[in-house]
Ligand binder design. Sequence first.
Ligand SMILES: Cc1cc2nc3c(=O)[nH]c(=O)nc-3n(C[C@H](O)[C@H](O)[C@H](O)COP(=O)(O)O)c2cc1C
Length: 186
Amino acid sequence: MTRTIGLICGSLRENSYNRIIAQSLTDMVDSFQFRWIEINDLPLFNEDLEISGVPETVTSFNSAIQDVDGIIIVSPEYNSGIPGVLKNALDWASRPRESAVLTKKPVGLIGATPGGLGTAFAQMQIRQILEAMQVHVLPFQKMLISQVHKKIDSDRKVLTDDQTKRYLERYLQQFIHWIDHTPVLD
Ligand SMILES: Cc1cc2nc3c(=O)[nH]c(=O)nc-3n(C[C@H](O)[C@H](O)[C@H](O)COP(=O)(O)O)c2cc1C
């Protein structure tokens, strides 16, 4: 059975560079299929909703995470940190704590920005948050894409820079290896 990598984009913007980068991954391997996991319909996290009953969007979001073999988050950086919409989604995915769907899930991190630092600060925060949730974040490797507006064709919404494609292919291969080799820790 073909295994699946879920893609979460930390930007809700229609012409998001990060979404274009995430989309480019879907053509890079045949051995896995890819599935978008959307975060735009999630309500703001509120523990009261856990008592009154979580909305269907949250249940579907958590099921989508459960159903995939690994997840790659492709996110911008806002004000040197994680976008609020992504943090909101991760908070939902961390509940209920005993059966949280992201626990032990292999996760990779990619970020793109027109700026020069490739979302390094946001990725540090996302990694810290995921570690608190006991997620198996791909260690050591960083996939930071700076000056992204020069590396894509905005009209066709495709990645055009060959070097970035090669980096992404290598990152994806490492992530696939990670899916099969995440440590078994309790
Ligand atoms: C509120 C806000 C804060 C931003 N802060 C940063 C930042 O700290 N670092 C950075 O590299 N880019 C920053 N940017 C620029 C984003 O990288 C840029 O808008 C990018 O295109 C967003 O990603 P997207 O194209 O996937 O939507 C910021 C943008 C906004 C709207």
